[in-house]
Write a protein that binds this ligand. Structure first.
Ligand code: MG
Length: 294
């Protein structure tokens, strides 16, 4: 199933796509008393997905043609900062080290975790604010994001799949100068408009686990990143086990699993984003997230 947040008649709502992908079924029309995706995830955490799946398979009566709604980021306002993995594909670790003139011995013994503020995630087709008055070296990072479906604490790798609602695409937009200047990556990755997300959450039952999905990005139609999520250095079971040992990962938590090689700073000379560029991030089985830099 594809869970969406959308705007229709000026109102933001959560819903699910019909099986043919042509309509949106509002969550409220399916009997869920929720005002937004965060609240819906809380309800789904309690009851599971079987009733929703049955309703979608039966074909919802109250439905809106997809072309009449504006898709928003599936979780437009996450309740907590997004958890992100740094340099979690080996080829990206190599290009990052090269950009920073650092030695890289090919060893990555521990995962790198950081966080990213998402005041309001950018919708599909929405604008990435380049903040060009304060930003140089604006970069893109296509990433598979995990959406936690129920509170996870002390979860083993074998149990990890049970705690995942689904997956979406994020572009971890990054201001390389800020990211480096301030020592911690938080500021350079958290500017308003730096988290395009979408176009929807695809529920985890549609994928094998852990998912092995091709992932690409394109800038102005030109292929930049091209990899597969099976190449994650630290995979999703490892991440959930390690983090949940000490942190309760609440339902609705977003974990961006890291980006493959081919970001702007990885090229010689670097190829950073400029105003007017379009960036498309695609993941097999999810779709394409397209945005324009403004
Ligand atoms: Mg990233």
């Amino acid at each position: 199933m594809k869970l969406v947040t959308y705007s229709y008649d000026g109102t933001e709502s959560a819903g699910v796509l019909s099986l043919d992908g042509k309509h949106v079924c509002p969550a409220k029309a399916l009997g869920y008393g929720c005002e937004n995706m965060n609240e819906w995830i809380d309800l789904l955490a309690k009851e599971g997905l079987s009733r929703l799946l049955a309703a979608v398979e039966a074909g919802c009566e109250e439905r809106i043609p997809l072309e009449q709604v504006t898709l928003l980021a599936p979780i437009p306002r996450p309740r907590q900062d997004m958890i992100c993995l740094g340099i979690n594909y080996m080829a990206h670790a190599e290009e990052s080290a090269r950009y920073k003139n650092e030695a890289f011995g090919g060893e990555r013994p521990y995962a790198v975790y950081f966080s990213k503020r998402v005041g309001e995630a950018v919708r599909p087709e929405g604008r990435i604010d380049g903040h060009f008055d304060m930003v140089e070296r604006l970069d893109y990072e296509a990433e598979l994001a995990v959406v936690i479906g129920k509170d996870a604490r002390g979860v083993s790798e074998e149990e990890a799949a049970d705690y995942i609602l689904g997956y979406t695409i994020v572009n971890d937009v990054s201001a390389r100068v800020l990211q480096t200047r301030h020592k911690q990556w938080y500021f350079g990755k958290s500017l308003d408009g730096f988290t395009p997300m979408g176009p929807w959450i695809v529920t985890a039952d549609e994928f094998s686990f852990p998912p092995k999905l091709s992932i690409q990005s394109r800038v102005n139609g030109q292929l930049r990143q091209d990899s597969n999520t099976e190449l994650l250095i630290f995979g999703i079971p490892h991440i959930i086990r390690e983090l949940s040992r000490g942190i309760t990962l609440k339902a609705g938590t977003l974990i961006a699993t890291g980006t493959p090689a081919g970001v702007g700073m990885g090229f010689t000379p670097p190829r950073f984003l400029k105003s007017g560029d379009t960036v498309e991030c695609s993941i097999e089985g999810i779709g394409t997230l397209k945005n324009t830099v403004g």
